[in-house]
Structure formats: structure tokens, C-alpha cells
Ligand binder design. Sequence first.
Ligand code: GDP
Ligand code: CA
Length: 321
Amino acid sequence: MRIVVLAGGIGGARFLRGLQRASPDADITVIGNTGDDIHLFGLKVCPDLDTVMYTLGGGINEEQGWGRTDETFHLKEELAAYGVGPEWFGLGDRDFATHIVRTQMLSAGYPLSAVTEALCDRWKPGVRLIPMSDDRVETHVAVTLPDSGERKVIHFQEYWVRLRASVPAEAVVPVGAEQAKPAPGVLEAIAEADVILFPPSNPVVSIGTILAVPGIREAIADAGVPVVGLSPIVGDAPVRGMADKVLAAVGVESTAAAVAEHYGSGLLDGWLVDTVDGSTVERVEAAGIRCRAVPLLMSDLDAAARMAHEALTLAEEVRGA
Ligand code: GDP
Ligand code: CA
């Protein structure tokens, strides 16, 4: 079975680990979000691609859900001693090596998709990981700074990591997305898929950004195979992160049902909500999306595998309908 998964960072990566357990023989292609990418210290950092690569490759810091295991921060301290920032973004010594290799290869003229493949040669994530695009796309967030009252547009990482999403996101813009082309292999994988899954990744700044690359949304809608998603919102709040803030910015309430409606029946065939949101199943089905309530907390690998199994079961139900 060929499965295509659109993935952000931690929600996508942990789900993918469950999917590999639930469907060990599946041929999985991951289309990764690159809207979070940022240049720091002259290096190109791709947080979501790396979270998927490290998580599936066994190098992730499990507690944090991002960055490397057994990490040290000597390089960062040395940079800070020179007064070179930003100090708010945590790059560890082991992690730095990934960004150095990536930046070197990009400078030598390789596209990001080829660089990602080369990095995955080391990590062997067991999936084909393709960035959504080789072109630069950067998610920016419009905010009003509380101290000065100044309205500013900042990089998504500055909103999330530096400001901890402490002020409302007034708008979310995937800068460059309109001109971006899907990376080589993206549309082909979608066209050849048997099932397409939206893991419980952020619907705005992870999956929404991938869908903003012209051609990807259309290819999924036209693929003619079941498209099934899992809600990142449980009990009217994100399980972790700031999905509520960025959903508000696009006028969507933070509920499992509203996120399903936001994707819409033109894109989604099936949607899983958590059992605590069981009362919303009817509302989602009224929107033309087949819906089931199952446990959606990835407390461990088994729980994630059960979620993946439920998603594939729902996909088969959709196919048979
Ligand atoms: P990021 O790029 O690291 O923010 O990761 P993603 O976009 O892939 O995933 C973030 C989303 O995952 C957040 O909106 C969380 O609510 C959701 N999430 C994290 N853990 C879980 C979980 O155990 N269950 C569910 N349903 N959602 C989760
Ligand atoms: Ca992310």
C-alpha cells in the first residue's frame, strides 16, 4: 500500500512512527512542511523536516519532541559570548552538524529535496521524506507588540519560539508559497497514492502551508483515493502548541469539528476526533465528511499505532462506500 502523509513536526513525526508500526509493509511518502524554515548564523534550518528525520531515525530528543538526543550547547554558548544571536532559538552542537551539511550542499547548488535525501541516507527514517517545495517559503505572523503597540510582521519561529505565542496572531502568511512549485516527486507520490493521510499536525502552519503550494491541494482533491485526517484539537484545545492562536488568525474556532470543516469535504473524506469530542461526529458528518471518535492521544508508540490503524480503517470504509 502506498501512503502519502503531509507532515509538520512533532504531531506528524509521532503519528508517522505509529503508522510504521501499524502498517510495516506500507510504502510511505512524507511531504514535509518547510514554512518553518529559517536562516540562523548563516545556516539553513528546517525544523519540521529534521523533527521527522530525527524521530523516525532514532535521533530525537524524546521529551522535547525536537532537536537531538544527548545534546550539548557549547557552540551556542560560544556564539553568545561573541554577542552573536539570536539566543532564543535552541540549536545544539549535534543539531548544528545537520544544518552545516544542509547549507553546504545548498550552496553547492543541490535543491533542498536532494539535500534532504542525502541527510536521510544517514538517518534511514524508513519513509521517503520530500520537502513540499525546493523554493523558499517562510511563514510570517502579523502581531501587535504589547509593550510598544507596534504592528509588526515576524517570522513564525519568532512568534512561536521567542514570543511563545503570547500575543494574538492577527494574520498568518506563507510568504513565497504562491510562487513556489511542489518539489520533484510530490505530485507523483500523490497521484500514485492508495491513501492520503493528514496526521494531527497544525492545520494552519504545518498542513495549511503545504496545501498553500499551488498544485498540492488540487492534486490531493483530484487523487480519487481516500483522504483521512486526525484532529490535533482534543477537547477544544490543541494537545500541545499554538494551533488555537493560528486557527483564530484564519477565523476558525479551536474545535475538532471546525478544523474538519476548514479542510472541507472537497479535500477530506474521513476525519477522526477524540472520544471526548464524540458529540461533534454528527456535525462533521453533516459537512459531508465521514467521522469516527477514537482515542487520539499519542501517549506512547502503541497509542500512535492504534490511531494510525483507525485512520487506515476509516480510509477503507471510505473506499468501500
Ligand atoms: P510542530 O511543527 O512541531 O508544531 O508539529 P505538527 O504541526 O506536526 O503538530 C503540532 C500539532 O500536533 C499540535 O496542534 C498538537 O495539538 C498536535 N498534537 C501533538 N501531540 C498530539 C497527540 O498526542 N494527539 C493529537 N491528537 N494531537 C497532537
Ligand atoms: Ca513546525
